[in-house]
Design a protein around this ligand. Structure first.
Ligand code: ADP
Ligand code: ZN
Length: 528
């Protein structure tokens, strides 16, 4: 086909209004679109819901040829393509779920220049045959979505992304735009380096989502806490509850249903057609709560999700930010609520210790978890902590739990010393290691079958911690783990000292701790 004369091609703002039905671009969208339409490269860091898709969809339509979109989320390609077809944009995808015939049809349409957008899974672009095929058509641009997947330091590394750097050499004249909602400095640098985007313009949007209220509470009775939270603040509203395991997802959904909340489970173990039905009910009906593993939500564009609740600790701040970012895309007040407890820390640390992969990989995962724990245990503004993690300084926000209800800080040095010296004694005198529960029984002087069996009543620290409740002790253990003043070991998660523990024992390191809200709210009156 001969190229369409420039004069006949629509401008970006015409496409925006005629095709997508929007009056104006948002934020930096216009500058980004202009950059790519003019043939330049772009790196776009924009939070979830910021409007990344238009940044490559509009230039794909304006420019001659097909916009090739690399997206790792095969399950979402169909949705994205359907949404485009619905507004009259010619779009298709190529991935492993298709029959040979479907693939043929898409390939012919591409070669005939009939497609505005073609979505491709990253592993396909690693293959020479795909590249040869693409070279036989006309490419308007490459859009690399979820570009943080190229970062080995990130939380979502995908090896297939590494080969995308070659696009620059093979198609030097085709503009490339890389987009992500994850934006630590390190990830940003890696995207730029590995995707060979040295000449790109960089567009970094604010990662603040001011309408989302961040709240993090210690986990005691997660299901009850969750029901209370939803009844008080999310009754009849759409929400997403995230849990780590399929089993927890199933049980939690059943528990919510038993409490009169319309909750549906969603995880990768469920039948695809059921998942599809669940997803469309969530999109179409009011007030559905989805209980899901992280498999749910990527690319789901529901503007009025009023809350995102986590009943297990996310593995990274990036993941937490991305998942909570699914709340309040419409800009209305929404809540991100997280309950986390000692067991989460123990379990995630163990998963890291036992994970396959080299030491460097485990160290990275540990660093991600530590940053998440620091966010949980901070006595300062949550949003400020979150934004500073993404390299964006800010003032206390006034719309998170610590701003609204500043936590009391108490001096946990003496309890910490009691706990650490119990661990030291058991190790030194008896060569024994125990988990949190048993150590707390010793400190509180609570006789159990196990304490009798080991005659732990004779230990010097027996009962010296009776002034704190079991729950308070769990808080102490959790905070010491978060501060790496205590470590878990082995398959049973027994507790041991770290390099820094000695400084606590010697009294040279004070240990300020966050007062658990439960102590104040135990009367049953939660803060409004
Ligand atoms: P992201 O990919 O950054 O998470 P999306 O591209 O899915 O965000 O956009 C989020 C929502 O904002 C979508 O519903 C989209 O239609 C809407 N949107 C994006 N740009 C505009 C705009 N300029 N005007 C109005 N709505 C927009
Ligand atoms: Zn705040």
């Amino acid at each position: 086909l001969p190229p369409t004369p420039t004069a006949l091609r629509p401008t970006a703002s015409e496409v925006l209004s005629r095709v997508f039905g929007f009056d104006s671009f948002r934020g930096e969208q216009e500058a980004i679109v202009d950059q790519v339409v003019a043939g330049g490269d772009a790196v776009v860091l924009m939070p979830t819901g910021g409007g990344k898709s238009l940044c490559y969809q509009v230039p794909s339509i304006v420019r001659e040829g097909t916009g090739v979109v690399i997206s790792p989320l095969i399950a979402l390609m169909q949705d994205q393509v359907d949404a485009l077809l619905a507004v009259g944009v010619s779009a298709a995808f190529l991935n492993s779920t298709q029959s040979a015939e479907e693939r043929d049809r898409v390939e012919r349409a591409y070669l005939a220049g009939e497609l505005d957008l073609l979505y491709v899974a990253p592993e396909r672009l690693g293959s020479e045959s795909t590249k040869r095929f693409l070279a036989n058509g006309r490419i308007a641009l490459f859009a690399i979505d979820e570009a943080h997947c190229v970062s080995q330091w990130g939380h979502d590394f995908r090896p297939d992304y590494l080969s995308l750097g070659d696009l620059a050499e093979r198609w030097p004249d085709v503009p490339r735009i890389a987009l992500t909602a994850t934006a630590t400095d390190a990830t940003h640098r890696e995207i730029t380096d590995r995707l060979h985007l040295s000449k790109a313009r960089h567009f970094v949007a604010s990662f603040d989502r001011p309408n989302i209220q961040y709240r993090i509470v210690p986990k005691n009775e997660p299901r009850k806490q969750l029901v209370d939270f939803i009844r008080k603040e999310g009754a009849g509203q759409a929400g997403i509850v995230y849990a780590l395991s399929r089993n927890t997802v199933e049980k939690t959904a059943a528990h919510l249903q038993a409490n009169g909340i319309t909750a549906l489970p969603y995880h990768a173990g469920l039948d695809a057609s059921l998942r599809q039905r669940t997803q469309s009910r969530f999109l179409r009906e009011d007030g559905i709560v989805i209980v899901a593993t992280i498999a749910f939500g990527m690319g789901i564009d529901k503007p009025d999700v009023r809350f995102v609740a986590h009943i297990d600790l996310p593995k990274s701040v990036e993941g937490y930010y991305q998942e909570t970012g699914r709340a309040g895309r419409d800009g209305e007040a929404s809540v991100a609520w997280l309950a986390y407890g000692l067991q989460d820390v123990v379990q995630l640390r163990r998963m890291i210790d036992e994970s396959p992969g080299d030491l460097a990989h485990r160290r990275r995962m540990a660093a991600h978890l530590d940053a998440m724990l620091a966010l949980c245990e901070t006595v300062e503004c949550r949003r400020r902590n979150l934004l500073s993690y993404f390299g964006q300084p800010s003032e206390p926000c006034g719309n998170c739990d610590t701003c609204l209800d500043p936590p009391a800080v108490w001096d946990g040095t003496i309890p910490a010393q009691k706990l650490l010296s119990t661990i030291v004694r058991l190790k030194r005198e008896r060569n024994q290691e125990f988990g949190a529960g048993h150590l707390i029984d010793i400190l509180r002087g609570k006789t159990t079958a196990r304490t009798s069996q080991h005659s732990h009543e004779t230990i010097a620290t027996w009962g010296i911690g009776a002034d704190l409740s079991e729950q308070q002790w769990r808080g102490v253990v959790r905070q010491l783990l978060a501060k790496r003043l205590l470590a878990t070991r082995g398959e049973y998660g027994t507790l041991g000292l770290t390099e820094s523990s000695a400084e606590v024992l010697s009294g040279s390191m004070p240990v300020p701790m966050r007062t658990e809200p439960e102590r104040r709210a135990s009367s049953g009156s939660a803060r409004r």
